[in-house]
Design a protein around this ligand. Structure first.
Ligand code: CTP
Length: 422
């Protein structure tokens, strides 16, 4: 077993106060997605976590104990009757820094919601005092059943992060909501929860909308005007909001990154499509963060055929028309008076003012509540895993966020949004 999984771009694992590796319990319940948890386990261990796997008896029907033992590098306790002298049903939960259950079946969610403790995993869930993340996977009908809906609501109200399953192909030929998200993305979310050191999921019950990426304005079927936005900051915002318990819709313009776990993703391409998706999603949102870079202009006409090169060496001139300003529209025409709207401003200073002066003018012009200002002189931010910014507020505060991961800027933004939401 010498292959290694790339561990993605998540923040470095925070060492515990004692300097030891963070202790993660990976609970596995009995669904076919148990096989995907092998990859999750490997990613946890490869990124420096000490993982104890606790599979249920049903999970062992799908993936056997030797696989979990080999991948975690330690024996796997499969029932409460093994090593009774070490009191595993209490010890494992008590010593955990994080419990992640993936996949979490409808049965496991029901047991956890009602405090049943008839096996090692459910005992562990009752004794754990650390953050807990459930990644459910099941058929759509089971996920949508009122019993499961009520159990998920109970768990969330208790401060547990229950991530939304993905939509797509399920076991067999049917498709729908119920797939286990990409293990790499579950890891990213779990590490985020772990790094918050036991803080409660303070966006639970909130609906947030994030836009990400850069729009494309087509000249013809193959050419477009675009920009350098990678979507990394928008993805970090979506992922961190999900890790803090929010219901998240990510509207992604031409982003090639994997979908963050627990996030509903709507793919768009042009500014007009982005505008329609943002306006629709914003209707019920508590907060909206416009991290996307919409093209300000589009060609007046889009040629149905590929534009041909002229023999005489001349180039066509392209007439442009202005696109709608989405941030301005949703800020001035608020779907709800108490909604918090956040804009981004990628600025370079010029003869008319400094970065800060231009940003303050933009905050007033756009009508949003907060403006996250990046100084992009030299193109420093695009595609980089790091970011630094100032968060300007209509109430006059300017919060400097020092250079750090895009996730840490995202958390600083959600902190400011929460202050506003009250
Ligand atoms: N934005 C938007 N719709 C547009 C252009 C921008 O909603 N058509 C949003 C961006 O998502 C971002 C904010 O407005 O949150 C500021 O983007 P920026 O490009 O800096 O602003 P512009 O309005 O394009 O201003 P400038 O004249 O400086 O280019």
């Amino acid at each position: 077993m010498t292959d290694s999984f790339p561990t993605g771009s998540h923040d470095d694992v925070a060492a515990s106060p004692a300097g030891r590796r963070p202790r993660v319990v990976l609970g596995v319940s009995g669904g076919i997605a148990a096989y995907k948890s092998c990859e999750l386990l490997r990613r946890f261990t490869e990124s420096g976590h000490d993982v104890t796997v606790v599979p249920t008896a049903a999970a062992l029907e799908f993936v056997g104990a030797p696989t979990w033992a080999a991948l975690s590098g330690k024996p796997v306790a499969t029932d409460v009757w093994t090593d009774v002298h070490a009191v595993p049903h209490v010890q494992i939960g008590q010593h955990a820094d994080l419990v992640v259950v993936a996949p979490a079946t409808a049965d496991l969610l029901a047991k956890a919601a009602h405090g049943l403790a008839d096996d090692l995993l459910t005992n562990t869930l009752l004794t754990a005092r650390c953050p807990v993340v459930f990644a459910p996977a099941m058929h759509t009908e089971m996920w949508e059943h009122p019993a499961t809906v009520a159990n998920v609501a109970t768990l969330r109200a208790r401060g547990i992060v229950v991530i939304e399953p993905d939509e797509g192909r399920l076991t067999g030929k049917d498709t729908g909501k119920g797939r286990l998200p990409d293990p790499a993305e579950i890891l990213e979310l779990a590490v985020d929860v772990l790094n918050r050191g036991g803080a409660r999921p303070d966006l639970a019950g909130r609906r947030v909308v994030v836009s990400a990426g850069g729009t494309r304005e087509y000249l013809d079927p193959v050419r477009y005007l675009g920009n350098r936005s990678s979507g990394l900051q928008g993805h970090a915002l979506a992922r961190t909001a999900a890790a803090r318990g929010a219901e998240v819709t990510l509207i992604a313009a031409n982003v090639t990154l994997p979908d963050p776990a627990g996030v509903k993703v709507i793919a768009v391409s042009t500014t007009a499509e982005l505008r329609d998706a943002v306006v629709a999603a914003t209707a019920t949102a508590d907060a909206v963060v416009m991290a996307a870079a919409p093209a300000d202009f589009r060609p007046t006409t889009v040629s149905n055929d590929k534009i041909k090169k002229a023999d005489d060496g001349s180039a066509p001139s392209i007439e442009l028309v202005q696109n709608p300003d989405i941030l301005k529209e949703i800020s001035h025409d608020r779907a709800r008076p108490d909604q918090v709207i956040v804009g981004f401003a990628a600025e370079t200073g010029d003869a008319t003012g400094s970065v800060r002066e231009l940003a303050l003018a933009k905050l007033a012009r756009k009508g949003c509540d907060l403006l996250v200002v990046n100084d992009v002189s030299g193109g420093a931010v695009f595609g980089s895993p790091d970011n630094e910014a100032v968060i300007l507020s209509t109430t006059g505060e300017a919060r400097e966020v020092p250079r750090g991961s895009k996730a840490s800027l995202a958390h600083a933004i959600w902190d400011q949004v929460l202050t506003r939401l009250g």
